[in-house]
Design a protein around this ligand. Structure first.
Ligand SMILES: [Fe+2]
Ligand SMILES: [Fe+2]
Length: 219
């Protein structure tokens, strides 16, 4: 069975993740490379593991999490759909079971709120992991005077943690924001739709969603 380590070690996959990030960098987007891919992979797997899903389902979430932004090699706007096609091709070529590859492709293809929906536990976990990744290390604009709101909010985010409470069936996002750099209102201006997408995905997993910013419950 194809493992997440096999996928991560594949030179074609590695190159696609790298070039996808370079294409976003050229358009001024925050970091979407190895750091983001590995983090989303890790968190997506952890969400399903903590909620008691089977180890293979956890591993599929890790694979989908690693591959989810690979479609940015083609185009930012349709990167989820492009990514699903690319992921399916790569995984089938690597010999993955077609049903598993289809689950991963569906998760990749549905991870953006504009065109996507949580359609499986793997998909829901990838959405939650992806949409909760806000952190100052993602900012690459070197000049704070030229920060846009995404740069400012990411720069202000000192800490972001997805906590799973299996007993209470809760997905809890804990953020620490430096309010000298961005306000909570700034945060909601760009992240409200993402928060609602996380909540929808938590509901798909039979969980409630809570958001804490600087220890205050916001949702
Ligand atoms: Fe994405
Ligand atoms: Fe992403």
């Amino acid at each position: 069975m194809l493992s997440v380590d096999d996928v991560r070690a594949n030179p074609v996959v590695h190159k696609l993740v790298k070039v996808a990030d370079e294409h976003l960098s050229a358009q001024g987007y925050t970091e979407h490379g190895q750091r983001h891919a590995n983090l989303v992979s890790h968190i997506a797997g952890n969400i399903l593991a903590r909620l008691g899903y089977a180890p293979r389902t956890v591993e599929l979430a890790q694979i989908a999490g690693y591959l989810h932004d690979i479609g940015n090699v083609a185009n930012r706007q349709d990167h989820a759909t492009a990514g699903a096609t690319i992921a399916l091709n790569v995984l089938l070529q690597m010999g993955m079971d077609p049903e598993e590859a289809a689950i991963v492709a569906g998760a990749v293809g549905n991870h953006e709120e504009r065109l996507g929906e949580p359609i499986s536990p793997v998909s829901a976990a990838v959405i939650i992991a992806d949409k909760s990744d806000v952190h100052r290390t993602r900012v690459r604009n070197p000049n704070p005077a030229l920060f846009d709101i995404h740069d400012r909010v990411n720069d202000a985010a000192q800490h972001s943690f997805v906590r799973i409470d299996p007993e209470r069936r809760l997905v809890i996002l804990e953020l620490t924001i430096d309010q000298a750099k961005a306000s909570v209102v700034d945060y909601f201006e760009i992240f409200l739709s993402r928060m609602l997408f996380i909540r929808k995905s938590a509901q798909f997993l039979g969980c409630g969603f809570q958001l804490f910013i600087n220890r205050t419950q916001m949702l």
